[in-house]
Design a protein around this ligand. Structure first.
Ligand code: BEZ
Length: 257
């Protein structure tokens, strides 16, 4: 069983994901009248902000529940995998927050973004980079191993370093203006248990339901000394990879002048 998304659970435990996207929106600099595609639009919280800026926004997501939630907000959203985009050179910008790390075929994402952007269009995004949530990943793997489950069997996320992602963008033809890892320790409003239930389902699904609560408690214990702040709040070791790249405008062919 793979990752499933529930808009109500997401709103309760993970609203901070879109709330913390201000620096990314500042990097995107949406302009009124622009046509923008959002990859992994989720429940449409950010797409709705872009609409407020006067943009025409299309969101895509692989979760039918999230697409329905985005539509309830009035966002134009389609059930579509960002690894096989079916648009054609029609967007001024492609934007993505906290979604690309779920896409294990980054080359297909980048090639698709290249296809759907107009010449001169920009690709602006942020997702988990190298070292992201490393304490939780180590605790999940240790707790699986302790139960005799091979930890290598679960690997749901793509967390590259900035140089690797920049090289992939450049190999497609993008001009990369910035790509950097940004450590962002993130307090979890509803604690680690809620976060695990929303985001770590591929690990939890390997555990019998009768053992799941004690597995979650064990993971929380293994994380506890490193991830608690002075007030006992769980602060997750997020590391974002933030980037901005553009598809160059094709130069006129002057070879025959
Ligand atoms: C992230 O946004 O970095 C993230 C979300 C879910 C799982 C792992 C990472």
């Amino acid at each position: 069983m793979s990752q499933k998304w529930n808009p109500d659970t997401y709103a309760k435990h993970a609203r901070f994901v879109s709330d913390l996207a201000t620096p990314l929106l500042e990097l995107l600099k949406p302009q009124p009248g622009e046509r923008i595609l959002e990859l992994g639009c989720g429940d449409g919280a950010l797409a709705a902000k872009l609409v407020e800026c006067g943009c025409t926004v299309v969101g895509v997501d692989t979760s039918p529940e999230m697409v329905a939630a985005a539509r309830r907000r009035g966002v134009t959203a389609y059930l579509m995998n960002a690894q096989s985009l079916s648009f054609d050179a029609e967007f001024d910008a492609v934007f993505s927050n906290a979604a690309i790390h779920w896409m294990k075929r980054p080359g297909d994402v980048i090639a698709g973004v290249w296809r759907v952007l107009k010449p001169g269009g920009r690709f602006v995004g942020e997702f988990g980079g190298r070292g992201n949530v490393a304490t939780v990943v180590a605790a999940l793997k240790a707790a699986l191993t302790a139960r005799g489950i091979p930890a290598r069997s679960v690997d749901p996320w793509y967390f590259p370093d900035a140089e690797e992602y920049k090289a992939r963008l450049e190999a497609e033809g993008f001009r990369v203006w910035g790509a950097a890892l940004v450590p962002r320790p993130t307090p979890l409003p509803t604690g680690l248990e809620g976060w695990l239930k929303v985001f770590a389902q591929e690990f939890l699904n390997l555990i019998l339901e009768s053992d799941r609560q004690s597995f979650i408690e064990e993971v929380a214990r293994r994380c506890s000394p490193g991830l608690r702040d002075a007030n006992g709040v769980c602060v997750l070791d997020y590391v974002r990879l933030r980037f901005i790249a553009t598809k160059p405008v094709a130069l006129p062919d002057t070879s025959r002048c």
